[in-house]
Ligand binder design. Structure first.
Ligand code: FES
Length: 132
């Protein structure tokens, strides 16, 4: 999109599970990221279309023990409540719209948010601004 952004995924990549795990390479090394849809509803065919309410992204590292969170590839969301991200290691649950842990061993901690920008079809990470 611009040299200030990094491609993460197509919006359609989130359709199967409401989330998408991706690894990008930065100047500081590899970064594992999870992108989540804000309105995934596995019971609705509308879930197969791009989100109307947007997307969020976080570093895929649980604040409890810095473990990756998914159960299986791209499976991050609570099946009972897809507004929650679940860490598969010890079951912490994070609010997907702000990354706050609502229950589990890191209750009250937060996932690290990644700023996003979109086109009609794709989701990009905004590169961090360099500081002196
Ligand atoms: S590593 Fe995520 S809850 Fe323990």
């Amino acid at each position: 999109m611009t040299d200030q952004t990094i491609f993460l995924c197509k919006k359609s990549d989130l359709a199967p599970t409401g989330a998408f795990g991706v690894t990008i390479t930065t100047d500081q090394g590899n970064l594992d990221i999870v992108v989540v849809s804000m309105d995934h509803d596995p019971s609705s065919p509308q879930s197969k279309t791009p989100s109307k309410t947007g997307y969020k992204a976080y570093i895929n590292s649980c604040p409890h023990l810095s473990m990756p969170m998914e159960t299986f590839e791209h499976e991050f969301l609570d099946r009972e409540n897809p507004a929650l991200i679940v860490c598969s290691t010890h079951g912490a649950r994070f609010r997907s719209n702000d990354g706050l842990c609502l229950s589990g061993p890191c209750d009250g901690a937060s996932l690290t948010s990644i700023p996003l920008t979109y086109t009609e079809d794709a989701i990009f990470m905004e590169k961090p601004h360099k500081t002196r």
